[in-house]
Design a protein around this ligand. Sequence first.
Ligand code: HCA
Ligand code: CU
Length: 492
Amino acid sequence: MCPTPLPTTNGHANGHPTEEMVAIDTSAPALPPSLNETSSTPQAPPSVKSHKGLYARPSDFLSNTSNWKIIESTLREGEQFANAFFTLETKIKIARMLDDFGVEYIELTSPAASPESKAHCEAICKLGLKRTKILTHIRCHMDDARLAVETGVDGVDVVIGTSSFLREHSHGKDMTWITKTAIEVIEFVKSKGIEIRFSSEDSFRSELVDLLSIYRTVDKVGVNRVGVADTVGCADPRQVYELVRTLRGVVSCDIETHFHNDTGCAIANAYAAIEAGATHVDTSVLGIGERNGITPLGGLIARMMVADPEYVKSKYNLPMLREIENLVAEAVEIQVPFNNYITGFCAFTHKAGIHAKAILANPSTYEILNPSDFGMTRYVSIGHRLTGWNAVKSRVEQLDLNMTDEQIKDATAKIKELADVRTQSMEDVDMILRIYHKGIHSGDLKVGQSAVLDKLLEQHMPSRDSSPNGKANGVNGNGTPAKRQRIEEGSA
Ligand code: HCA
Ligand code: CU
């Protein structure tokens, strides 16, 4: 276990609207300006417009961005995460959720790993999942293969190290032994009528000639998929593209890919692989896995949504993403990262006045993903020194206050002045606006009377702590910014 497990609450404010948030109408699609009919931006040329994706080129004949599948490995690779210890009950919950979400496959820890792992694998196979096929992941060894086929899985993912590092220092076998054993294992698993994939561990530090030779052989023997694995996270997107493209020309079966995230390329590498003709990508929820993990499910979804939103929306139950991530985060005692793709607490929060203004006019200006596709809410943050009067106006309208633009600009100046001392909570901003409104309508206040407004604020908000370390400063205990404002749906 990690030395200091973090609290299990993820501090996620999205979906838990608080008074500090202004949600804005999420029904407006976040399309790129070139594809947004309401945009005044010049329209993209017909070839771009007619393609499902945003950046596709006609030369992308290898690309599978509109036809790819997920092999969800939270219950295998994810079990190799430092903090992971899944009970059968938790595994069943995760498996069912991933099935409801719509992943094509889940991959389970090898039954050879331990008696409990075998029992769990058998139990999950008996669940009768609706659409997700169940795989187990084994070493390239007949003993493991025999155990695997008895568990009731729909397929077996076989792996063996092919790099000189692993051949010399891990299993000690040469390519001749690997090839011979691979053929034996593949033929055995195939004889049971279930799927079989052969993968080379540490593919990117293996000799290309060895790789292509073994993949060609196993393809001829009849595997369903060959797998490419960046076991140490050393690969970059261009390398991935080149290897997968080359492999695409050598085998006729499907190509599965697996990317570790040690150097931050796991999502980009998965995308490059799909563009080069890969058909399957391994993921785990929140990216958990060995060391700092692999391609995260949510991150891959975010990336692929940009390539072909219709494909992604038609296949996966996107609003479930957050629930699945929360379940896994709790199970392994981590928080959902603040900057997580799609579900991070600030993933759809806009702060700078310029951004807020544009977002209120058209969300596509500063969003490539539409939060409502994921059951998420868009927020505009207004109680800070970067705020602008357009965002404040949206809050004024929401509070049903009758104020002219000139008055709103004046009140905004006061919010900015106060926010220069410390960021203002939503409560504070609302109070300032109400006091300003009351002052104007009672005749006590006129536009530009900053000192009078200060007095009124003093009278009505005497207990305000204006120190920079006041209660509303920074991020609260849950990791939620205390200043984020929600604009009610349709109010913008
Ligand atoms: C590991 C094995 C693996 C296998 C990937 C695959 C890797 O080292 O734990 O089966 O394709 O990263 O190589 O996860
Ligand atoms: Cu791995």
